[in-house]
Design a protein around this ligand. Structure first.
Ligand code: ADP
Ligand code: ZN
Length: 651
C-alpha cells in the first residue's frame, strides 16, 4: 500500500498545511472561486480549519479522505467543490449517504441557498424518481444524494455511464465513510460495493468523509475504498465550544433538573439513559416537571420513533430522552446540551454522543452524572458477558480509561484529546471544563483504600460472605445498623476505622478500586470481593490520589467564561431590546419553516438571527454582511427580515 500524505491540524507529526491560504494574494484560481462560492452561496466569510485546503484539492480534481469531528463542517468540503465543478461544466456530484432520513433536509437546505439538488431514495414514488432521473440526465442538477444500495443498481449505473461519457460526472462524495469498516459499529455491507465507483470511473475524483478517527477504521476506509492515492486531511478533534462537566451522582434527577433549569431553560438537548424503561420514565418525569420531552429507543414503533425524531429536529427547545439508538444522522446544529444519566460504554462512545452538542459552534454543554453503581454494573456486564477473555480485557481497559476521565482532577479536554492521540503541551488547560473552571481539591486515599480492602477481607474471613458497597461503608464508618448487628460486624477490627472519611469520599474510593480491578463486583447485588491484585494495594504499593467530592460548578445564564487560547471569542450577549428582536425573528422563522416543511435551522441558524438582532441592519447591503446570509437568501428573505427589524426596533 502506498503511504498516504496526511495534512493535519493540532496533531504533532502531521505535515503542516502546505497550500497558500484561500483568499491570500497568491491563492490559485480554484481557491478564489471556491471562496466566492462560500461567500455568495452560503454567506460565510471564511473557511474553517482545513476546509479551505480540502475544497481546493477536491475542486481541482484530487481524491481526499477527510477526518473531522462532528460539527467540523464536513458538508462544505464536498458541497463547495460540487458547485465550483458544476459551474466549470463538469456536471453533477453524487453524494453517497446511508442516512435516508436526512437527505430531505440536506437537499432542502441546498435549495434554500439556491443550489439545485435532489435525492433518490425509497421515500419517492415512481413518478417522483423518474422526474429526478430526468433532472440528473439533463445536467442541471448540482448534487444528487442517494443511498449506496441505490447507486449500485444497474439502472443507476447506466445513468452514470451516460453522464460519464459526456464528461458530466464531476465528483463522488462518500459521507459517513466509516460505514465501510467492520471495526466500528455502523458497518453497512453495501458500502463495500463502493470500490466499484473507482474501477468504473477512474478519472472521477472522490472525497470520503468521516468523524471516526481511530487508526483501524482509517486503514479500512483507505483499503476498501481504494483511496491509497488520496490525500488525507486530519483535523483536530477538539470541540472548543463544548464545556465538559462530570459530576458524582448524588440524586441524579435533582442534579439533572438543576442543570437544565440553571443553564438550559427552553433549549434543545439530549438526555442519554441506558435502558428503555429509564428513557420512558425520564421523558415522563421531565414533562411532569414542565420541560417538554419525548422518549426515543429501539423498542418504540418505527412510526413513533420517526415522529419524535422529526419533532426534535423541527421544534425549538425540545428535550429527547434516548438510548444510544438515537444519534447517528442527527445533524441538528443547535443542540445545546447532551446529558448522560448513565455511564456510556467507553470514551469513543462518550465523545461521539457528546459531539452531537453545539455543531453550530455556539456554546454547548456535555454533562454527565455517574456513580458507583454505574461502575459496578458495567464491570459486571463485561465480566459476566459471553465474550472471550481477550475481548473482555480490551473492554475492561476501555472502561478503566473512561473512569480515569471521570475521576480526573485535571483538564478533561487534555485527557480526551490525548486518548485520541492529540497531545497538548504539559500544563496546558482548556479553561472550559469543570476541572479548569473550578479545580477540585484532591486527597490522598492510599490509606483509606487499604482500610476498605482489609474490611472486605475480614468479611470473608468472618462469615465467608461478601457484601455490597453500602454495608461496607457503614462498617468502615462505624455506623450501627440491623445488618451490622445481625452479622456481628461491629466486633470486627475494621468497624469504625474510617469514621474520619465521609460517605462521599468512601464511594470515590470504592469506585476507584472497582474501576482498577482490585475489587470485583459479583452476583445480582453487585457484592464486592477481593481480586488477586488487591494484595499489592494492601501492601501499600499503589498510591491513590482522588478528587474531593465537590458541588457542581454553576454559571450564571448568559455569563461567559474565559477560554483557552485556541477558542474564538464568544459573541456578546444580547441586551433586552436585542433579545426581543431575536425572539421576533425566531417566531418569523418558525412560520417560514412550517410553510416550507423544513426544520427552522435550515432557513437560518440561531447564530445568524442573533447577529441580525445585535446589528439591527436597515439596508439589504448591511444585511448581506451577516454570516449565514447568502445571495439567494438575501433575495428571498431580505425584505422580510428588514421589516421584522423595523417593526421591532420601533416598539
Ligand atoms: P459535520 O458534517 O462535520 O458534522 P456540518 O457540515 O453539518 O458538520 O457543519 C456544522 C455546522 O457548521 C453547519 O451548521 C454549517 O453550516 C456550519 N459551518 C460549516 N462551515 C462553516 C464556515 N466556514 N463558516 C460558518 N459556518 C460553517
Ligand atoms: Zn479543561
Amino acid at each position: 500500500m502506498t503511504e498516504m500524505t496526511c495534512v493535519g491540524q493540532g496533531r504533532p507529526g502531521a505535515d503542516a498545511p502546505g497550500a497558500a491560504a484561500p483568499g491570500s494574494a497568491q491563492a490559485p484560481a480554484s481557491a478564489t472561486s471556491a471562496l466566492r462560492v462560500l461567500r455568495d452561496v452560503f454567506g460565510y466569510p471564511a473557511f474553517r480549519g482545513l476546509q479551505g485546503d480540502v475544497v481546493e484539492h477536491v475542486a481541482g480534481g484530487g481524491d481526499a479522505l477527510v477526518l473531522m469531528p462532528t460539527g467540523g463542517g464536513k458538508s462544505l468540503c464536498y458541497q463547495v467543490p460540487a458547485i465550483v465543478r458544476h459551474r466549470a461544466g463538469q456536471g453533477v456530484t453524487v453524494v453517497v449517504s446511508p442516512l435516508i432520513a436526512l437527505m430531505h433536509d440536506q437537499v432542502g437546505a441546498l435549495e434554500e441557498a439556491g443550489v439545485h439538488a435532489a435525492f433518490l431514495n425509497s421515500t419517492l414514488d415512481g413518478d417522483g424518481a423518474r422526474q429526478i432521473e430526468r433532472e440528473l440526465l439533463s445536467g442541471r442538477l448540482v448534487l444528487l444524494y442517494a443511498a449506496p444500495e441505490r447507486i449500485l443498481t444497474p439502472r443507476f449505473l447506466a445513468m452514470m455511464d451516460s453522464l460519464h461519457e459526456r464528461g458530466r460526472l464531476a465528483l463522488f462524495a462518500i459521507d459517513e465513510a466509516h460505514c465501510v469498516s467492520q471495526w466500528g459499529h455502523d458497518f453497512r455491507a453495501e458500502y463495500l460495493g463502493l470500490s466499484a465507483l473507482h474501477e468504473r470511473y477512474p478519472g472521477v475524483p472522490r472525497v470520503a468523509l468521516t468523524a471516526t478517527a481511530d487508526a483501524h477504521t482509517r486503514r479500512d476506509i483507505v483499503e476498501r475504498l481504494a483511496l491509497a492515492q488520496a490525500r488525507c486531511f486530519v483535523s483536530s478533534f477538539d470541540r472548543p465550544n463544548i464545556r465538559y462537566t462530570i459530576v458524582e451522582k448524588d440524586s441524579a434527577r435533582t442534579q439533572l433538573l438543576r442543570f437544565l433549569r440553571d443553564e438550559h431553560e427552553g433549549e434543545a438537548g439530549i438526555v442519554y439513559c441506558q435502558s428503555r424503561r429509564k428513557v420512558e420514565e425520564t421523558a415522563q418525569w421531565l414533562s411532569d416537571e414542565g420541560i417538554p420531552a419525548l422518549p426515543y429507543h429501539a423498542g418504540l414503533e418505527a412510526d413513533t420513533r420517526r415522529r419524535h425524531q422529526d419533532r426534535f429536529l423541527r421544534e425549538d427547545g425540545l428535550v429527547i430522552a434516548a438510548t444510544i439508538a438515537f444519534g447517528m444522522g442527527i445533524d441538528k446544529p443547535d443542540v445545546r446540551f447532551v446529558a448522560h444519566l448513565d455511564l456510556p460504554k467507553n470514551i469513543e462512545a462518550y465523545y461521539q454522543e457528546t459531539g452531537r452538542a453545539g455543531r453550530d459552534g455556539q456554546d454547548a454543554d456535555a454533562w454527565m452524572a455517574y456513580g458507583l453503581s454505574d461502575v459496578v454494573n458495567q464491570r459486571r456486564m463485561i465480566d459476566e458477558g459471553e465474550a472471550d477473555e481477550d475481548f473482555k480485557r480490551l473492554q475492561r481497559g476501555k472502561l478503566e480509561a473512561l473512569l480515569a476521565l471521570a475521576e480526573a482532577h485535571d483538564c478533561r479536554r487534555v485527557r480526551l484529546l490525548a486518548y485520541f492521540g492529540e497531545t497538548r503541551p504539559a500544563g496546558w488547560r482548556c479553561g472550559h471544563c469543570d476541572n479548569c473552571l473550578q479545580p477540585p481539591a484532591t486527597w490522598d486515599a492510599t490509606e483509606a483504600a487499604r482500610k476498605a480492602l482489609s474490611c472486605v477481607y475480614r468479611f470473608q474471613q468472618h462469615g465467608g460472605l461478601s457484601f455490597g458497597a453500602g454495608h461496607l461503608v457503614d462498617v468502615l464508618r462505624g455506623k450501627s445498623t440491623d445488618k451490622t448487628r445481625q452479622h456481628g460486624h461491629e466486633r470486627l477490627s475494621t468497624f469504625g476505622i474510617g469514621a474520619d472519611v465521609s460517605e462521599a469520599q468512601w464511594r470515590g474510593v470504592l469506585r476507584q478500586l472497582v474501576a482498577l480491578g482490585h475489587l470485583r463486583a459479583e452476583g445480582e447485588y453487585g457484592t464486592l470481593a477481593l481480586a488477586p491484585s488487591a494484595r499489592e494495594v494492601l501492601r501499600g504499593g499503589v498510591q491513590l490520589l482522588l478528587r474531593e467530592p465537590a458541588l457542581p460548578p454553576r454559571r450564571e445564564r448568559g455569563a461567559r467564561v474565559a477560554r483557552g487560547a485556541a477558542a474564538k471569542p464568544p459573541p456578546l450577549p444580547l441586551d433586552a431590546a436585542g433579545q426581543s428582536l431575536f425572539d421576533a425573528l425566531r417566531a418569523w422563522r418558525a412560520e417560514v419553516a412550517r410553510a416550507h416543511g423544513l426544520p427552522a435551522y435550515v432557513i437560518f441558524h440561531d447564530a445568524t438571527l442573533a447577529e441580525v438582532a445585535r446589528e439591527r441592519p436597515d439596508t439589504l447591503d448591511a444585511l448581506a454582511g451577516i454570516s449565514g446570509i447568502g445571495a439567494k437568501k438575501l433575495e428571498a428573505y431580505g425584505q422580510e427580515i428588514l421589516r421584522v427589524v423595523g417593526a421591532t426596533v420601533q416598539d
